[in-house]
Design a protein around this ligand. Structure first.
Ligand code: SF4
Length: 229
């Protein structure tokens, strides 16, 4: 089957162990106000226009087998370094069947697989993809359902249901919290997020001050622009 990808980044060092290739899948059900990959949000193919006029196409359709072949070009260095492939986005779970097919092809070659996910996906999609992974980076964006809906457009209960299953799945994971000024970075917010993590490891990610950079290239306004970005 086919899936839509907006970037394949080779030799990444921060998306899991060893030397990795990160695949950015296009499309996401959320609209986080601080999203620094807005070209990954919409499912349709788009074009980013740089200031110098260069046009960058965002969204290429791949057959699962062709994508696996492309990723396996770096198999030797992945295997030697203890690295692998990381699925990111956008939201990779929004193309769950495609990710499963690519994952099975890669696992057959012994490739370590990781995923970066918001966890905002139907249970069956979350379970089928995550059970194929060797490691999960699970976002925790907010602890309060109203704030979660306000800042991401999503349903926190859906994420927490999936997190509950993740804890029992046996798949190693870490929570990642993007700390957004005025959204989830107060002492009370951090304490509530720690409580939600319930002893699991949490990586606190500093706010990316350049997060708004790509919005003008897509003809859109950065939702947090009024904060001075
Ligand atoms: S879940 Fe990720 S890709 Fe989707 S809107 Fe939020 S930050 Fe962007």
């Amino acid at each position: 089957m086919k899936g839509r990808v907006f970037e394949i980044r080779e030799f990444t060092l921060h998306d899991g162990p060893g030397v990795r290739t990160t695949v950015f899948l296009k499309g996401c059900p959320l609209r986080c106000a601080w999203c620094h990959n807005p070209e990954g949000q919409r499912f349709e193919v788009e074009t980013m226009r740089r200031r110098d006029g260069e046009e960058i196409p965002c969204g290429v359709d791949w057959e699962a087998s062709a994508l696996a072949r492309e990723l396996l070009i770096n198999a030797d260095i992945m295997l030697q370094s203890g690295g692998g492939v990381t699925f990111s986005g956008g939201e990779p779970l929004a193309q769950a069947e495609f990710v499963c097919e690519v994952s099975d092809l890669l696992h057959a070659h012994g490739i370590h697989l990781a995923i970066e996910t918001s966890g905002h996906a139907p249970q069956e999609d979350f379970r089928s993809v995550v059970s194929r992974m060797d490691f999960v980076y699970q976002d925790l964006k907010h602890h309060d359902a109203d704030a979660f809906r306000r800042w991401t457009g999503g349903d926190l209960a859906l994420v927490l249901e999936n997190v509950t299953w993740l804890r029992t799945s046996g798949v190693p994971f870490v929570f990642r919290v993007p700390l957004i000024p005025g959204v989830n970075d107060s002492a009370a917010d951090r304490a509530a997020l720690e409580a939600l993590a319930a002893g699991a490891k949490v990586e606190w990610l500093p706010y990316n001050a350049a997060a708004g950079a790509k919005y003008p290239m897509l003809g859109r306004a950065y939702p947090l622009a009024k904060r001075g970005d």
